[in-house]
Design a protein around this ligand. Structure first.
Ligand code: PGA
Length: 253
């Protein structure tokens, strides 16, 4: 059956010292409590990947992910970081298609499909984010938007490659706003996503697919969200910057 995952997206937060101490704090609390077999992933800014990947080898309860990668494997792209570079540090995951990348950096589904290909080619597992804006939800086109993001971003993949994908449903209106989708709203979309995946790749792949919810998830609402049948964990922004809150979300399973 599919894996439950709680992933922390630190975004552009934490300088070098603060990042190492936040990670150590999370790691210490986790090694002193009993949790289920859910996987824990921390996605810090690039500057932390190497040191945290080393620390994660000691506490093998936590895996590391990047927040982005370039679509090319190397070359004259000043300021960019490639999938092979990320992989070379022992990192296993990469967030792709986050709504902040789509909104502020103009990343569209076609560019993201290339990034997904490059990540997979380099044995990084994409955590591929999809989700509608408030305007799209109010216009009642959210299912259409999500379907298109799936079709253009990941449905070009052959079955064996798609099996390595993790999806994250992140309604844009819930990210960093304190507005959470209700468990029913989130479940409705997660079930829709799983159905689309089933139609495309069959029921085994669909049942094994981990679909995370993201958007103002916190220790108070995590339990109810994670108890929905098609919600397999969370992609956590703000609350992942506080060790206690992040661990309480992990414990919500
Ligand atoms: P948030 O962010 O938890 O701060 O709403 C979630 C995300 O952007 O992944």
């Amino acid at each position: 059956m599919r894996k439950n995952i709680v992933a922390g997206n630190w975004k552009m937060n934490m300088d070098y010292t603060s990042g190492v101490s936040l990670f150590s704090e999370i790691s210490n609390i986790l090694s002193n409590i009993v949790t289920g077999d859910q996987e824990v992933i921390v996605c810090p800014p690039y500057i932390h990947l190497n040191s945290l990947a080393q620390l994660a080898k000691v506490n093998n309860r936590i895996s590391i992910g990047a927040q982005n990668c370039h679509q090319a494997e190397s070359g004259a792209f000043t300021g960019e970081i490639s999938a092979p570079m990320i992989k070379s540090m022992g990192v296993e995951y990469v967030i792709l298609g986050h709504s902040e990348r789509r909104q502020y950096f103009g990343e569209d589904n076609f560019l993201l499909a290339q990034k997904v290909d490059t990540a997979l080619k380099n044995y990084l597992r994409p955590i591929f984010c999809i989700g509608e804006t408030l305007e799209q939800r109010n216009g009642n086109i959210h299912f259409q938007v999500i379907k298109q993001q799936l079709e253009e971003g990941v449905f070009h993949l052959p079955k064996d490659d798609f099996a390595h994908i993790i999806l994250a449903y992140e309604p844009v209106w819930a990210i960093g706003t304190g507005l959470t989708a209700t468990p029913e709203q989130a479940q409705e979309v997660h079930a829709f996503i799983r159905k689309e995946v089933e139609t495309k790749y069959g029921s085994t792949i669909a049942n094994n697919l981990t679909i995370l919810y993201g958007g103002s998830c916190n220790p108070k609402n995590a339990k109810e969200l994670f108890s929905q049948p098609d919600i397999d964990g969370g992609l956590i922004g703000g609350a992942s910057l506080k060790a206690r809150d992040f661990v309480d979300i992990i414990k919500a399973f």
